[in-house]
Structure formats: C-alpha cells, structure tokens
Design a protein. Structure first.
Length: 95
C-alpha cells in the first residue's frame, strides 16, 4: 500500500499533541516511512478501514499511528498516535 496524501482534521491533530505529545510531523514520518501496515478494524464507511503504522522517528521515538485509509485517494486520515508500550517495542525490535 502506498500512501500519497495525508489528510488532517484539526480535532485529531490537537488530540495527538495534547494527549500523547506526538506532532503531526512525527505522525506523518511514521505513516510515510512504514512499508507494512496492519488492518485493525473494518470502517463504518465502505473503503475506509482503520489501520496501524509502527515505526521510529528520526529523533528515535517509537510510535504507533492509527489512521483511516481512504482507498479511493490512497490517503491516510490520522486519528490517533502514541508511544509504543513495552510489548510493542519488543515486538517491533524483533521484526
């Protein structure tokens, strides 16, 4: 899957910063730098399922970003992002 566009809604961007101290630039870095995405759940709208991207930022932060994939546009709408927990870190480092 190739993401060609990132769509930001203000309420999600603010949530990332306020709740999880993840910037929009960091979230985009993870989405654009990830080769393998995990489908997390089927979306309410056909063609808009929820996916997870995991990765490490240039600054060394290990993050998980959840986004809605808009298949028709190859676009990602980030809805949440956070630091990986210990279990996720161990699994990520093994991959």
């Amino acid at each position: 899957m190739k993401i060609t566009e990132i769509i930001w809604k203000e309420k999600y961007a603010e949530k990332l910063e306020a709740l999880h101290q993840v910037s929009t630039d960091e979230a985009e870095e993870i989405i654009c730098g990830t080769i393998f995405f995990s489908k997390m759940e089927k979306g309410r709208v056909k063609g808009e399922d929820v996916y997870r991207a995991r990765g490490q930022t240039e600054d060394g932060r290990l993050l998980v970003v959840y986004f809605i994939l808009k298949k028709r546009r190859n676009a990602a709408l980030p809805i949440s992002a956070r630091e990986m927990d210990d279990k996720e870190r161990r699994r990520y480092k093994r991959e």
